[in-house]
Design a protein around this ligand. Structure first.
Ligand SMILES: [Zn+2]
Length: 552
């Protein structure tokens, strides 16, 4: 492979493209799940910016360049999203709070006919890129000024977006060399769309429509093709540099079992007298474990139901526990796994006692764990849904830190085991912390309970942000970050956070939820550290940069 092609084509893309060609000569290119995702913002559209220079509207030229760029990138194997393919504003439903102009009906991309116009649709554009989990945002614009002599190309990236700035430099260099247009440089500016895009982002001003000659270039399909090819070349060079390196420390292993071991090693470097062992294949047994972990100062290790992972065995020997507490029934963690765990710990410890805290179902297991934790002196207990894990994960480091036992519920009445715990401890229970909305913990399940405080938002991400807020609005924040669409890393992060006194932020593997971004922006000065849990399949490398962009 020549120096030239090395420079221009990321090795992974080239390899995938070759495979695709060999396997599917006559078929369309298959979807490449692992290829980088580039989101294109075709600037303006619909009611926004009808600037007309030399017979050309900016929104139309932007769209033509954007569509050409989409084709060029797709031809190279990228996944590509675009926010409009016609002359309209994007998704108006996303702009509930903005000023509206009363200027007559408009058709929007999502089929809504509105009576007026939001002042702009820029947040909606950023949201589309953010929710797609794109690696990059490229926003396409053209310039116009009163001085008709001004010409040239310029590219902007946010002041706090180092990867955007690198991409901007590469794309600018390629565009200038491909078109011969004057080089106005790669610059920084926090234009709204690139500022609020979570991922590295650039905004290209592809030329001056106010200059008759440059306008005639931009009107030419051949010129736009050259321009789009040059942008794609810049994108290729960017990815060839393997830009998404780690920004924050990560506790990650080859799988969930090793990730749990990494967390145990980090938080219990000198061993532990007690170890909690629970299923890594399902979440109900361990979702209420953080308060017990905190009380016993015991790390949580995960296991398969029928065999102890080798990572966990090695960690049990390192921890030198005298006690192993197995959470859940024998169908979650078999008797033979319990024996394997005891044997593994006995390598370094003279005698190891194994006990099981497991009920007939998740509700009874949680109640038995709560019994071990006991009601703390402030009389507070916590309740979360036993039907989905996300709210309980959000709750777990907080409840763990408070030493507050967690009961699980389902439907409109407390399950018998949870109710039995409440009845047995009624005199000492003075308040109840509820994680999640009435959809997950209905009011009926709380009947007769004293002083209920509900912490909830409109979805799991908003509930999570509210749980993080519950830690207080002052002081430094050392946040933990884990995937909120799956449970294993969050279970481990919950016990880690209970010990370390650090709240848990839940995100999607590639998507920082809107509310989470907003929370981080508002608390930038307080965040003193982030620790991520899990490998790139749980949290993409992109997430480091999304978090960093929110905090800089
Ligand atoms: Zn523009």
């Amino acid at each position: 492979m020549s120096q030239q092609s090395l420079r221009r084509v990321p090795a992974t893309l080239a390899a995938v493209a070759l495979l695709a060609c060999a396997a599917l000569l006559a078929s369309p290119r298959p979807a490449l799940a692992e290829a980088p995702y580039v989101f294109i913002d075709a600037g303006h559209g619909g009611p926004y910016s009808n600037a007309n220079e030399n017979g050309l509207t900016e929104k139309s030229i932007n769209l033509l360049i954007a569509l050409e760029l989409k084709q060029r990138l797709q031809a190279r194997g990228y996944r590509v999203g675009i926010d409009r393919t016609g002359d309209y504003a994007v998704c108006v439903r996303d702009i509930p709070t903005w000023h509206w102009l009363d200027d007559g009906p408009h058709l929007y991309a999502d089929g809504v006919v509105s009576a007026g116009t939001p002042v702009d649709d820029l947040q909606a554009r950023a949201n589309l890129a953010n929710r797609a989990g794109a690696d990059l945002l490229v926003s396409i614009h053209c310039n116009g000024v009163t001085d008709k002599r001004v010409t040239g190309i310029e590219t902007y990236a946010p002041t706090f977006d180092p990867l955007g700035q690198r991409l901007g430099a590469l794309v600018q260099e390629e565009m200038v060399s491909a078109t011969g247009a004057p080089d106005r440089g790669d610059k920084t500016s926090n234009f709204y769309v690139i500022r609020w895009a979570n991922m590295p982002a650039i905004l290209i001003e592809a030329g001056f429509l106010s200059n008759p000659l440059e306008a005639s270039h931009l009107a030419s399909p051949l010129y736009r093709w050259r321009l789009a090819r040059a942008i794609a070349d810049g994108v290729d060079r960017f990815f060839a540099e393997d830009p998404f390196q780690s920004v924050y420390p990560r506790l990650q292993g080859a799988d969930r079992y090793e990730t749990a071991v990494k967390a145990s090693r980090a938080a219990w470097p000198n061993g532990a007298a007690t170890v909690l062992l629970a299923s890594g294949e399902n979440w109900p047994d361990a979702v209420a474990a953080a308060p017990l972990s905190r009380k016993l100062d015991a790390p949580l290790l995960l296991t398969r139901s029928d065999s102890l992972p080798s990572f966990a065995a090695v960690e049990l020997a390192r921890l030198r526990p005298s006690k192993v507490v197995v959470l859940g029934s024998e169908s979650s963690v078999s008797a033979s796994v319990t024996a394997e765990a005891t044997a593994a710990a006995t390598v370094t410890t003279a005698s190891v006692e194994a006990t099981r805290v497991g009920g007939a179902d998740r509700y009874e297991t949680a109640a038995l764990i709560a019994e071990q934790v006991g009601v703390p002196s402030d009389g507070r207990i916590a309740i979360a849904s036993g039907l989905s894990f996300s709210d309980a994960l959000s709750l777990s480091p907080y409840a763990g830190r408070l030493g507050c036992p967690i009961l699980l519920t389902s439907g409109d009445a407390l399950p018998a085991a949870s109710q039995a715990f409440v009845d047995a401890h009624r005199p000492s229970i003075r308040s109840v912390l509820v994680a999640g909305s009435t959809a997950s913990v209905p009011a009926g399940a709380l009947a007769g309970l004293p002083s209920v405080t509900r912490i909830s938002g409109s979805d799991r991400w908003a509930t999570n942000v509210e749980m993080v807020r519950a830690w207080g609005s002052r002081g430094s924040l050392g946040l933990l970050v884990a995937n909120g669409l799956d449970f294993p890393d969050g279970l481990v992060a919950g016990t880690y956070g209970a010990k370390a006194g650090r709240p848990l932020l839940l995100v999607q593997p590639r998507v920082l939820p809107d509310r989470t971004r907003e929370y981080l922006e508002l608390n930038q000065g307080r965040v003193t550290g982030l620790t991520l849990f899990g490998g790139p399949a749980s949290l993409a490398k992109l997430m480091d940069w999304e978090l960093q962009k929110s905090l800089d």
